[in-house]
Design a protein around this ligand. Structure first.
Ligand SMILES: Nc1nc2c(ncn2[C@@H]2O[C@H](COP(=O)(O)OP(=O)(O)OP(=O)(O)O)[C@@H](O)[C@H]2O)c(=O)[nH]1
Length: 236
């Protein structure tokens, strides 16, 4: 397989309290649609979108997790292998803002520190806001991540959220590639990587599937790029 045929795939988890707009955000980003109906997510859901960034094809695999606590045990298992995170709260829901820190901890427990963006959604409802702008800025600083204010309804800043995360992951990947190159690519034996792959990838083909995580060994491709993959963006 040639280098130009390789693709960077990034697993992104979207977390935050119920009804902050996580499913809506993924639907908006992947399908360009918005509905004002609320249907709580049961467990997890999955959508994906391919984008081009810095001349690189990037596939974003977006895992929408339920915000309701009753699903905690299920959703945590799906955090594993995530390389980036959207931490969402709602402009009109104080509890969701106060819960952001604990959501970050839950993700960190499973994934370690990964590129994360704090998202204040529903800014079309600023007149009903229960969070001061300065408080949100402070929280972002305390959590060490960028704050983006979005309205999924009005399609404001949604693209920016995912482009920012993809850019962070690509930068990390390039750094690893450089380190790998500098290390002299020592023994020539690729490490075996066990990866949480997209549920839509089965038998090497893309299926829009049933939400099952497929665990399988990293592919043994005859290209050195595969060796840089650990807990960073994967090249499939
Ligand atoms: N006004 C406004 N409403 C929004 C926005 N984004 C989402 N909503 C509404 O908020 C409600 C909840 O949205 P969901 O996307 O289902 O929320 P969720 O975070 O996925 O909820 P769970 O599945 O329970 O975790 C729905 O009625 C959406 O239409 C927004 O930017 N502005």
């Amino acid at each position: 397989m040639r280098e130009e045929e390789l693709e960077v795939a990034i697993k992104v988890v979207i977390v935050g309290n119920g009804a902050v707009g996580k499913s809506s955000m993924i639907q908006r980003y992947c399908k360009g649609t918005f509905t004002k109906d609320y249907k709580k997510t049961i467990g997890v859901d999955f959508l994906e979108r391919q984008i081009e960034l810095d001349g690189e094809e990037v596939r974003l695999m977006l895992w929408d997790t339920a915000g309701q606590e009753e699903f905690d045990a299920i959703t945590k298992a799906y955090y594993r292998g995530a390389q980036a995170c959207v931490l969402a709260f709602s402009t009109t829901d104080r509890d969701s803002f106060e819960a952001a820190h604990s959501w970050k901890m839950k993700v960190e427990d499973e994934c370690g520190e990964i590129p994360t963006v704090l998202v204040q959604n529903k800014i079309d409802l600023l007149d009903q806001s229960v969070v001061d702008p300065e408080e949100a800025d402070l929280l972002a600083r305390a959590l060490g991540c960028r704050l983006l204010r979005t309205s999924v309804k009005e399609d404001i800043n949604v693209n920016a959220v995912f482009r920012h995360l993809a850019a962070c992951c690509l930068a990390e990947l390039r750094l690893q590639e450089e380190e790998y190159a500098l290390s002299g690519a020592s023994n020539g034996i690729p490490p075996l990587t066990i990866s949480a792959f997209s549920p839509s990838m089965q038998n090497g083909k893309s299926h829009h599937g049933n939400g099952t995580i497929i665990l399988r060994p990293g592919k043994q491709k005859s290209h050195k790029k595969k060796n840089v993959l650990r807990n960073a963006c994967r090249i499939l």
